[in-house]
Design a protein around this ligand. Sequence first.
Ligand code: ZN
Ligand code: ZN
Length: 310
Amino acid sequence: MKTTATADTIRSKEFFHIPFWLRPETDIFSKRAQRLTQLATEESSDWQHYLQLLASVCNAQHTLLNHYNNEQLNITPKKIANDLPLSTALIIDNRVLIVAMFKELHSLLASQLSQTAKRAWNELLQLDSEKCSQLCVQAFNQQLSLAHQDYLVWVNAILQIIYTHAAKNLTTDIITPLPDIGFCPCCGTDAVGAVIISNGELEGLRYLCCATCSSRWHTVRARCSLCDNSRDLGVHNIDQASKGALSGAEAECCPQCHSYRKRYRLAKQQYADPVADDLASLSLDLLLSEEGWQRAGANPYLLMSKLSKP
Ligand SMILES: [Zn+2]
Ligand SMILES: [Zn+2]
């Protein structure tokens, strides 16, 4: 008998299970470092230096993540009522360790720091554990003040290590979708972007990505990840882009909430990383901003001045 199975009918069968949550990959930071290095070589503007610096930061994060895998971070992931598995308690419970992590991160990066970065680090290294954890909580809540913008990269780098480490140790039974599907079910951060998987059983599916704890979670593509609208969703990209980050980057635009979130087609850019590729495809954001679209997606390394018109 002739088979009429399609991708959809295969997926509807009981044996096909779409995992809601994907655990952070162990080598997430080293892969991101490689991607940033590649994107930096393709960048012709001054932005190249920033991408290169972030590649070094990611390599240092990889080293620290491995180091602290064997050290015991104080992780007590638990689901209490409607609380998220990972909250700012993770920062408070590890405040002494965080001071040590800052010192280690600094020593790994010291030889590559600009004068401005050195000044910021001199201040950071003076902070006691209370002040340090306050700063981390502010960064976690995306409320770092303008006066602390020079700390942005370093504080977020530490947060990513701690939260990624904790997310790696979560069990799926305590992770459930939030009513706002665009927010991370583990730590509540606004998704930096999404990837469209290019192969295997999950081919074609959309997974949103958290830049804080490196989790990925499945949401259906037919719905806006901000307002859940399913009507007249559009996809914008830069037609002329045939290579580099822009060739795989798209923006899902929703006419109901007038917002967009970026997504990356792994079929076009196999190694796309939503944090790195976001930074290398800002011309798409500039275009959409000119057309009046509102950006969604928290990228801890995005300097907002890059999104304003020259
Ligand atoms: Zn998260
Ligand atoms: Zn919407």
